[in-house]
Ligand binder design. Sequence first.
Ligand code: NAD
Ligand code: WQD
Length: 338
Amino acid sequence: MKILVTGGAGYIGSHTLIELYAAGHTAIVVDNLYNSSKESLRRVAKIVGVDEIPFYELDIRDRAGLESVFAAHHFDCCIHFAGLKAVGESVEKPLEYYENNMNGTFVLLDVMRNHGCKNIIFSSSATVYGDPVEIPITENCPKGKCTNPYGQTKSMLEEVLKDVQKADPEWNVVLLRYFNPIGAHCSGTIGENPNGIPNNLMPYITQVAVGKRKELGVFGNDYDTPDGTGVRDYIHVVDLANAHVCALRAIAQKCGLGIYNIGTGHGYSVLDVVNAFVKVNGVEVPYVIKPRRPGDIATCYCNPAKAKAELGWEAKYGIEDMCRDSWNWQKNNPDGYQ
Ligand code: NAD
Ligand code: WQD
């Protein structure tokens, strides 16, 4: 299939490109490079053995620009990663988040429809469950109250996409609710490249291990979890990338609307992750216990059985693989893509 990959220069997009190529698909990337660089695409090209990945430096809110991309290519499907994703920043800049994520998707959907491309895989998030009413979380778990504008955009865009598919059943819409993606490609040449101080756990751990930060702050050790620290469903980014290839098969079979949790089904605490990282990589990760981070929940992990049954997808990698590959990327690229 010929796939438009919005946000393809970013962390998850770049890993997904590799799996798309491996599965024989063609991918064209549109990205405004707000949170990424062309270097990731150069490295992806090297991994997959092509001269370059077709790329348009373009904001998806630029309707005329997007129209011209669709005029030049006939796409079978769009994998829509483009969006702003920093939870804390979304609280400070709600308008920018709503404008970019909502409006970007509106323009994209309209242009897709104008060009008869009615297949989309959307990057949703476990954040739509809010503080989940069941653990492990199934897709039947009601959506919860999101505590930040970023999460609201994911939840609202899910509803928009459901309505679009309901109004016109020619659309095939797959909503993938990612849990906590970490890890990197085994080459160690692409990975997560956060700007400034990392918000997420694994990039913070790797930056402490490489000596860029003094110590990890563990946000709370008084949760109702086995060791008191927050429990999450970490998923290797390569497994996550593969879920998109499986979702494309469902789209080819005209799945209509599909909603899937993409996680491993295992919960690990902050200290489990730190201990696994230290053990696998033989490095030190000093940490101090800090107060809870506002908006955090105690426990979040999923039941991924639906994705296995309907998409034929399941995670292959475990927490030790994730820790090894995150470190391999960080130690080879202490300054990311710079
Ligand atoms: P990322 O920031 O690395 O990638 C997103 C890409 O989109 C970036 O390259 C950015 O430059 C681009 N972009 C943003 N706005 C754009 C616009 N208006 N036009 C064109 N390009 C634009 O993030 P990621 O971690 O790879 O996440 C990909 C998607 O998955 C996002 O939608 C994110 O919300 C979602 N998601 C991420 C996580 C996570 O923990 N990383 C978890 C759940 C869902
Ligand atoms: C994991 C655990 C923290 C940093 C976020 C978004 C979610 C999704 C994935 C996009 C928690 C603890 C963290 C640190 C710590 N993104 N922690 N010290 O919060 O589960 O999910 O990313 O959709 O929407 O909210 O991930 O990696 O920030 O935190 O102790 O420096 O690590 O308290 O228990 P989170 P995270």
